[in-house]
Design a protein around this ligand. Sequence first.
Ligand code: CMP
Length: 406
Amino acid sequence: MSIEIPAGLEDLLVRFTVEVLRNQPRDPLDFAVQYFQRLNQNQNQNRGGGSSESLPSPTAARPGAVVSFTEPDAERSGEEDEELVAPVAIRFTRRVSVSAETYNPDDEDEELREPRIVHPKTDEQRQRLQEACKHILLFKNLDAEQMSQVLDAMFERRVEVGELIIEQDDDGDNFYVIERGTFSIYMKVDGLERLVGTYNNRGSFGELALMYNTQRAATIITTSAGALWCLDRMTFRRIIVRNNAKKRKLYEAFVESVPLLESLQSVERMKVVDVLGCQTYSDGERIIAQGDSADCFYIVESGQVRIVLNKKGAETEIAVCSRGQYFGELALITNKPRAASAYAVGTVKCLVMDVQAFERLLGPCKDIMKRNIANYEEQLARLFERDVDGHTETAGPRPGTSEVLR
Ligand code: CMP
C-alpha cells in the first residue's frame, strides 16, 4: 500500500519545527495551536485580498517577534508583475536539492509571498546590526527598502565557545552575519572532517544552502564566545535570492569578458556573480591598505585602480588596473598581509568577493593568478632598478597595465 504525502507537508512541518526550536516555547502544543491559527488567518486574509498590515506573530512566544505579509506592490517591479499576481494563498513547496544549473528563483514564487518577518530591536541593537552588515557583500546590491526589510527580519543570537551553528548536510534554516566571534569551517573529505577555513570577527556564512536549495556544504563551529545576526531562509530567498537573479542578468556579459574567469564554465561564472558585491569608491579613496590582513578579492568593473607600494616611507605606483582586471589576490593566496595599497582613480566600481568564496570558486583560476604572481617580483625588481638608475620615465610600458602587480 502506498501512502501519498501531501505536497507541502514536509516543508510545513520543517518550518514549524524551526519556529519551535527558535522560540523554545514552554508549551509546544499551545504554541502549535497559535502558529497554525495565525498561518491559517494569514492564508485566508491573503486569499480574500485582505490588507497586508502587520499581524501578530505565530511566534508570539518570543516577545516582540512580528510576522506580516509583504506588501505585494512593494515587492513588484516591471517584469515581476506577472509572476506576483496577488492575492495568492500560501502554498508550501517541497524543498528539493537542486543544482545551481537548474535553479530558477522565479519557479518558487510561492515562497516569495510568505509573511514578512519583523523582529523589533532596540536602537542599540539596530546600530550593532547595521555595523555588522556594513561589509556584507550579499547585501551590497540591495536597495534601501530591501535592506530595511532584511534588517527588520534579522534576529540576534549570542553564542558560546564550541557551539555547532551549522552542520554539514543539514537543511538550511538561516543565513548568519558575524558581529563578533571566531568560527571554524569543517568539511567532510573522504569521511573525515577537515578544517578548511575560519572566520575572524567578520563576514557571513550559510548562504549556499539557501541560495541553491541544497544541504549545508560545511559545518560551522564557534571557537570563541560571540554574537551572530540571523536571517531566516524565507526572507533570504525573498530578497537576496531574487536580487541575485537580477545581478546575474546585470553582470553576465561583464563576467564573460573577464580574462581571469575564462577557464570557468558559465555555471561557475554565475555562482561567482551570486556571491559578488558591487562596491563604489570615490576618487583617491583607499580600497586596500598595505600591511592590513586580507579578506577580499576585487575585479574592476569601471574606473581605474592604482596599486602603490610603500617602501621605507617612499610610495611607488607599481600597477594600474582597469576594467576586467583584478587585484587583491596575492595576500589571499600567500596568506600574508596586503603587500601594497590600492587607490581609486576617479569613481571606481569593483566587484568584491570574500576569501571563502575566492577559495571555493576560483580554484580553477589559481594557476593563472600564480603565474602572474611569479611575474610580480621580476617586474618589481625591474621597477626599482630603474628608480635607482633614475630612468623610470624612459623604461618601457608601465608594469601592471596588462596584469596586476602588487
Ligand atoms: P551553507 O552550505 O549554507 O552552510 C555552510 C556554509 O559554510 C556555506 O553555506 C558557506 O557559507 C560556508 N563555507 C565557508 N567555506 C566553505 C567552503 N569551502 N565550501 C562550502 N561552504 C563554505
